[in-house]
Design a protein around this ligand. Structure first.
Ligand code: M6R
Length: 642
């Protein structure tokens, strides 16, 4: 939730901050703001809504809406917007500043509640990502000291609290350090002080924060893409560390104020990964990137002999006795990542014949979980920063479990705290709705399940080799499915006004249906639900009428006929129907209004890619409704609060 940035250097800070914030807009877009230290004072500009409204407020120029424009017109509008951002430097001048894009937790989205927040005299400005859990207590104490609050946010207490300690010694580092000792909850903070015009003080606990190290300039940001165009050298701040950034160097401290000496890490992400590259939206771009992301995730884990895959090997760890003798797999994650876990449950059971428990991290963390010595505990998280997932990981470790993390984000909290890390090499995922992260998570999970089957002797050697061959072909199968785009686009243009959309399936498909339904909800706001097809008649079918679309996932040939019967049942009640299946003609030709044919993958591997038509359907429904699929209302990509 929320993205924060900061800049100190030679450049005018304003356009740098705004450009960096644009890359973090996926973290929240209820309001945005900057604080820049000019010749004498801190200038604060904030606006409700997306960052373009902040640009409008600063420049006084309307930012052209790029909705429903042709490709050329969109490119022109984007170039104009980029120029407008550059012109902000004529209005707010200064070489040091902080910025924020907000996902509201405390206080409605408004100009007033937008960050940065300042002390009463406006000499200290703060941006914050996270939640100050004891803010009410601190607020009433500060009010008893005569402080008058202007916003409803939890963050404002931080500005006043820092001010309180600043008055004691007139030392901003001391003031931040003291204030942090009083804060409960989570934070990534950037602090600017008028009396210390050469530095930004930053700190983190339970929310991500990186320090970008440039030449004669330094940055803070919630995530790497924000600063990629300026530097690739970053410090991933550890829990409770404090950084002081000057133009020419950065000092790191622990919470006791002791200096920490650490070399920055090099990030080798491709800069184009953080750009739309001609696609109308990041979501569409990321759907198209899946073949490559799947290849990048799979290839390094396949061992080849005579040009044929002969084994699976994770550089990150050995499949030792603990895999052979494991009693259960326990998977914990949130949202899309948890649905990847649901599909994986079938894969582990099928290939490794091992019981699997899948739990939403937000549930797991509040139970008194039962973990056994021989459990293998897996957490899945694209961002590696999801608060619930991180807490589930910590609980599992406290229970003595060895934790394997599947994550897309190098240097994330999950990657640092897990015992072993398996990276999905999907590249940065910017759109709020997860697409390529999900399919690459599934690729990792299938690799684990299949290798585990081999280690435990539940898969014969020949079957193992066949599966490896089939896995190797998955990226090109994904490519073929993406080529079905025009059929899905047309179907979306006919169906986007439907009141209810139900995804149904059996076994693997029943699990995949959950992700399909979530995608649609998230970006098109259409009411969609997933049901196991066999359960329809036990209740949900009462909802079906002519305003219903039922999408069946049917990738299990042995169950085609059962699914066809389910489709006929809903069709008889007026529903429109679409089927996603390998069987283009036979079983469904008399019951489906539209068939999206996906290629045979073999070995139940279809579930790695069967979601792709549903991703495209969700995307095109959103576009038909005039929505921006990259920035769905009420959502943020990385949920770093409980
Ligand atoms: O970064 P994580 O994978 O931990 O995020 C988990 C969920 O918040 C995330 O998958 C969410 O459901 C997405 N909006 C899905 O599109």
């Amino acid at each position: 939730m929320c993205g924060i940035v900061g800049y100190v250097g030679e450049k005018n800070a304003t356009p740098v901050l705004i450009n960096a914030l644009k890359k973090l807009e996926y973290r929240g877009y209820d309001s945005a703001g900057i604080a820049v230290l000019g010749d004498e004072d801190i200038i604060v500009k904030k606006a409700k809504g997306a960052i373009k409204y902040l640009v409008e407020k600063i420049t006084g120029e309307i930012v052209k809406d790029s909705k429903n424009l042709s490709k050329e017109e969109t490119e022109k509008a984007e170039a104009e917007y980029a120029a407008q951002i550059e012109r902000t430097e004529n209005f707010v001048k200064g070489n040091i500043g902080i910025g924020h894009t907000r996902w509201a937790t405390h206080g409605e989205p408004s100009d007033l509640n937008a960050h940065p927040h300042t002390n009463v005299s406006g000499t200290i400005a703060v941006v914050h990502n996270g939640i100050i859990e004891n803010y009410a207590k601190i607020k009433s104490w500060l009010q008893s000291q005569g402080v008058v609050f202007r916003s409803q946010t939890d963050t404002e207490v931080v500005a006043h609290l820092i001010n309180y300690y600043y008055e004691q010694k007139k030392d901003i580092f001391f003031a931040v350090q003291q204030a942090l000792k009083k804060l409960e909850g989570s934070y990534a903070l950037g602090v600017l002080c008028r009396d210390f015009p050469d530095r930004i003080v930053a700190a983190r606990k339970d929310c991500p924060l990186i320090v970008g190290v440039g030449k004669g300039e330094n940055f803070i940001a919630s995530d790497v893409p924000a600063i990629l165009e300026y530097t690739r050298e970053v410090h991933y701040l550890e829990q409770k560390e404090i950084a002081v950034l000057y133009a020419d160097h950065v000092d790191l401290y622990n919470d006791e104020g002791e200096r920490i000496i650490r070399e920055p890490s090099h990030v080798d992400w491709d800069l184009s990964a953080a750009k739309k590259d001609g696609y109308a939206h990041f979501m569409l771009k990321e759907i198209h990137e899946q073949p490559k992301a799947l290849t990048d995730t799979l290839r390094p884990r396949l061992v080849f002999e005579e040009n044929r895959p002969s084994d699976i090997r994770f550089e990150e760890f050995d499949f030792d006795e603990s895999w052979k003798n494991a009693g259960r797999i326990v998977i914990t994650a949130c949202g899309t990542a948890s649905y990847a876990g649901m599909v994986a449950r079938y894969a582990f059971e099928k290939f490794a014949r091992i019981p699997v428990v899948v739990d939403a991290a937000s549930e797991f963390r509040y139970r008194n979980p039962i973990l056994k010595q021989d459990d293998i505990f897996i957490v899945i998280s694209q961002s590696g920063e999801t608060a619930d997932t991180l807490e589930a990981l910590r609980i599992a470790k406290r229970c003595g479990a060895k934790v394997i993390a599947i994550t897309n984000t190098v240097g994330s909290s999950v990657s640092r705290e897990a015992d072993k890390v398996i990276y999905t090499w999907a590249g940065p995922e910017i759109a709020v709705a997860s697409t390529k992260a999900y399919t690459t998570q599934l690729m990792c999970l299938y690799l684990l399940a299949i290798k585990m089957g081999e280690v435990r002797g539940t898969i014969e050697k020949q079957e193992y080799l066949t599966l490896l061959q089939q896995l190797e072909e998955i990226p090109q199968k994904a490519e073929k499915i993406i080529q079905e785009l025009p059929v899905v686009q047309k179907f979306a243009s006919e169906q986007f006004n439907k009141e209810k959309i139900f995804y149904i399936g059996r076994l693997f498909d029943s699990a995949s249906s959950m992700e399909c339904a979530l995608k649609l909800k998230e970006v098109s706001y259409m009411h969609s639900e997933a049901f196991s097809a066999g359960e329809l008649k036990h209740g949900p079918i009462a909802l079906v009428d002519k305003n219903t679309l039922v999408v069946a996932l049917a990738t299990e040939p042995a169950l085609y006929e059962k699914i066809a019967s389910n489709i006929l049942e809903v069709k008889a009640r007026g529903a429109s129907t679409m089927v996603i299946t390998q069987d283009g003609k036979g079983a469904f030709k008399n019951c489906a209004d539209t068939i999206i044919q996906i290629p045979e993958c073999g070995g139940d591997l279809e579930s790695i890619v069967s979601v792709i038509p549903a991703q495209l359907f969700a995307y095109y429904c959103a576009v038909q409704k005039g929505l921006n699929p990259d920035m769905p209302r009420n959502l943020a990509k990385s949920v770093t609060v409980e």
